[in-house]
Ligand binder design. Sequence first.
Ligand code: THU
Length: 128
Amino acid sequence: MKDLIRKAFEARKNSYSPYSGFQVGAALQCEDGTVYTGCNVENAAYGPSNCAERTAIFKAVSEGKREFARIAIVGGHEGESVAPTPCGVCRQVMAEFCKPSFEVIMAVSEEEYEVMTLGELLPRGFTL
Ligand code: THU
């Protein structure tokens, strides 16, 4: 848990967020133990912006991974740390690849975090 949160903080350093100023980092652990990290990447047109969680998930999927155990998320404005809850779009993307038991770790620090399952965060999510 601590190691995954530390990796999310490392990823946060790469956040490209000149419009919101809200820097997010995520670290996704696959069932095979490998970890993919991501940060939010914003855009002047706003709409094309990508959240840290989706960056990490898309990196992993594009490298052939499909089985995911947990994700750690950290974020905040410059110099602060709050525990970000994933947006609705990211929850839906998680539901595409992850079981309801997938763990979402929302962390303020390596010591202070909350864990919820995807099933709790997205009850009755749409899948085909
Ligand atoms: N953001 C994330 O990357 N993940 C979250 O869980 C919450 C929001 C990003 C999107 C945008 O770049 C900025 O944070 C402010 O919403």
